[in-house]
Design a protein around this ligand. Sequence first.
Ligand code: SF4
Length: 181
Amino acid sequence: MKLLLHVCCGPCTLYPLTVLREEGMHPSGFFYNPNIHPFQEFERRLAALDSLCAAMDFRVESVREYGLREYLRQVVFHEEERCLRCYEMRLAATAAHAREIGAEAFTTTLLYSRYQKHEAIRAIGERIGRESGVPFYYRDFRTGWQQGIEQSKAMGLYRQPYCGCIYSEQERYDKKSRRQG
Ligand code: SF4
């Protein structure tokens, strides 16, 4: 199956890529994450992904433009549902790219993280799959959570301390914000 794997970052890519390859699939990657802020963090995560691609001979098409404005235009005044809008943006772009390259299905490394809203990602992915005509390949990659962590540490990959957006950065470091949340 020609599968397009949306990649959110290097460390979260390791386990899904490893297990898919072990099963005989050879996905190509697509990095589109306008939710990663600020700019230096975006560049750092891209560099980590580039290292992973070189080490694992993995081909990824990366949208390297910093997408702060694009992201904010989708979520401002809708902060409570920002994650759903964030998944929608990224998966819709992935499905569109999958169509362009003639992929038979698409999926995402977001399904690897224990910190994401897993069922929402699945529901949004499956709906976009129906609407776009390119099926969403659902898989619970969380089963390899620990394996992925160990692999990324062994490779010395940069492991980010927060999800991505400026809101999540505040929630990670601002104790007052965490109490209010
Ligand atoms: S917390 Fe993560 S998933 Fe939610 S909006 Fe921010 S970057 Fe996107």
